[in-house]
Write a protein that binds this ligand. Structure first.
Ligand code: NZQ
Ligand code: ZN
Length: 386
C-alpha cells in the first residue's frame, strides 16, 4: 500500500424516488437562484424535467435553464454556462444527465467564480480552482461515475484537445435507477463498458502487487460483466441496472484507487480520439482496449494473468502466466463482441483518413501505466484499430 488520505465529499442518495425524498431538504440549504442544467432534452420526454421543476417550484426557487449540453461537452459550452451563472447570480447548480452534463457543470461552477480563463489557469499556470458555485447531480445516464469525482473531461475545440480539468465536487448525487430506464440500450452498454474500463485502468496502475483496493476492484469488474449480460437479456431488469449504476459510482469514488497509482492510458488515447472525431466514449474504449492491451502484454503479464482467473473464470490448470494473460485479452475481446460494442473504428464510422498521427502526438502519456508507451507505438495502436 502507498500512503493515502481518504475522505469523500459527495453524499449519495440511491434508489427509487430519491429526488422526491431528498431534494427538498437539500434545496432548503441553498440560495434562491438555481441553474437547472441538462442536455438535448431526453429529460423532457421521460418526465424527469417535470418532476424536478415541480420540486424546485415547491421549494420557492427561481430557475434559470442551461440547456443543450452536448455529449463530449465543449469549452465554449462551459463559457456559456459560466456567463449564465454570473448574469443570473446563481446560488446553486443542479446538473441533470450523464457524464457530459455532469462534467460541464463542474467547470461552469469554477469558471463562474473566476475572471481568468480556467483552461489557461490549469494548464499554463498549473493552478487549481478553489472557489465554486455549489452543485447537486441528478444522474439520468450512468457509466462514467462523473458524479463522484471533481475531474471533468472537456473538449477545447480551438486547441483540438479533449482533456481533464479540475472542478468542483458535487455536494450530493441522486441515483434513481428509474431515471435511467429510458436510456437507449446502446448507451447503457457503452456506459457500463466505460465503468469496466475505469476499473481495469485503475487495476493496471502501480504498484503491481495486488492490494485490498484491487481485490474490491476484481469484484467490481465481475459484477459489471454479469450485470451487463443480465441487462441485455432483460432491459427492464431494474436490479441489474441498479448494480451497474452503483458499480459505475464505485469505479470512480476513489475506493478502488486507494493505496495505488492508476493507469488510464487507454482513456487518454480515447479522449484525444474524441477530440478529433467526437466519438462515443465507451465505444472508443471498446475498440482500443484489446489492441492496447496486446501491446502492453509483455509488461503486464502478471496482472493480466490474475484478471484471467479472478475476473474471467479462466481455468489456470496447465497454463503458464503468459498463456493466461493472453487468454484474458481474448476473453475481453470476445465479451466486447458479445455485447454488441464495436471492435474497429470502421464500425464507429471513424474515417480512414482521420489524422491518427496528430491524435497520438497530442495524447497525454500516463505515469502509472504498466508500459511506458511512446507516441510511435500509440500510433501503431490507433492504426491497428481501423
Ligand atoms: O442530451 P440528452 O437528450 O439528455 O441525451 C443524452 C445523450 O444523448 C442521453 N441520455 C441521458 N440520460 C438519458 C438519455 N436518453 C434517454 N433517457 C435517459 N435517461 O444519453 C446520451 C449520452 O449522454 P452523455 O452524458 O454524453 O454520456 P456519458 O454519461 O457516457 O458521458 C460521456 C462524457 O463523460 C466523459 C466522457 O469523456 C464524455 O465526455 N467522462 C467523464 C468522466 C469523469 N468525469 O469522471 C470519466 C469518463 O472516463 C469519461 O471520460
Ligand atoms: Zn471513461
Amino acid at each position: 500500500m502507498e500512503s493515502f488520505t481518504y475522505s469523500y465529499p459527495v453524499k449519495v442518495y440511491f434508489g427509487e424516488k430519491a429526488a422526491e425524498k431528498n431534494l427538498p431538504a437539500e434545496l432548503a440549504k441553498v440560495g434562491e437562484n438555481v441553474l437547472l442544467a441538462y442536455g438535448g432534452g431526453s429529460i423532457k420526454k421521460n418526465g424527469v424535467y417535470d418532476e424536478l421543476v415541480g420540486i424546485l417550484n415547491a421549494a420557492g426557487k427561481k430557475i434559470t435553464e442551461f440547456t443543450g449540453i452536448m455529449s463530449n461537452p465543449t469549452y465554449a459550452k462551459v463559457q456559456e454556462g459560466a456567463k449564465l451563472a454570473r448574469d443570473n447570480k446563481i446560488d446553486f447548480i443542479i446538473a441533470v444527465g450523464g457524464g457530459s452534463v455532469i462534467d460541464c457543470c463542474k467547470i461552469v461552477s469554477a469558471q463562474a467564480k473566476m475572471e481568468k480563463d480556467l483552461w489557461d489557469f490549469e494548464y499554463a499556470e498549473h493552478g487549481t480552482p478553489t472557489e465554486f458555485i455549489p452543485m447537486g447531480a441528478v444522474v439520468t445516464a450512468f457509466g462514467t461515475g462523473a458524479e463522484m469525482n471533481n475531474g471533468a473531461v472537456i473538449t477545447n475545440e480551438e486547441k483540438k484537445s479533449k482533456s481533464p480539468l479540475r472542478g468542483a465536487f458535487y455536494d450530493f448525487a441522486i441515483l434513481d435507477p428509474v431515471y435511467t430506464m429510458t436510456m437507449p440500450m446502446k448507451q447503457v452498454i457503452s456506459g457500463a463498458f466505460d465503468s469496466l474500463s475505469h476499473s481495469m485502468e485503475t487495476y493496471m496502475g502501480s504498484p503491481r502487487d495486488v492490494n485490498l483496493s484491487d481485490e474490491i476492484n476484481e469484484a467490481t469488474q465481475r459484477n459489471i460483466i454479469r450485470n451487463i449480460r443480465m441487462t441485455l437479456k432483460n432491459p427492464e431488469d431494474i436490479q441489474a441496472r441498479s448494480e451497474l449504476i452503483w458499480a459505475a459510482a464505485m469505479a470512480e469514488n476513489g475506493i478502488l484507487k486507494i493505496g495505488k497509482a492508476t493507469d488510464f492510458q487507454c482513456h487518454m488515447l480515447e479522449h484525444q480520439l474524441g477530440a478529433f472525431t467526437d466519438c462515443n466514449h465507451g465505444q472508443g474504449l471498446a475498440v482500443l482496449h484489446p489492441v492496447l492491451y496486446r501491446h502492453m502484454l509483455p509488461e503486464a503479464v502478471k496482472q493480466f494473468a490474475r484478471l484471467a482467473v479472478e475476473v474471467w473464470d479462466i481455468d489456470p490448470t496447465g497454463k503458464s502466466e503468459e498463456e493466461l494473460a493472453d487468454a484474458f485479452i481474448d476473453a475481453l475481446a470476445a465479451f466486447i463482441k458479445e455485447i454488441g460494442l464495436p471492435t474497429t473504428f470502421a464500425e464507429m464510422n471513424i474515417p480512414e483518413d482521420t489524422n491518427f498521427k496528430a491524435i497520438a502526438d497530442t495524447t497525454i502519456l500516463t505515469g502509472g501505466c504498466a508500459k511506458k508507451f511512446s507516441r510511435e507505438e500509440l500510433l501503431e495502436v490507433l492504426l491497428e484499430c481501423r
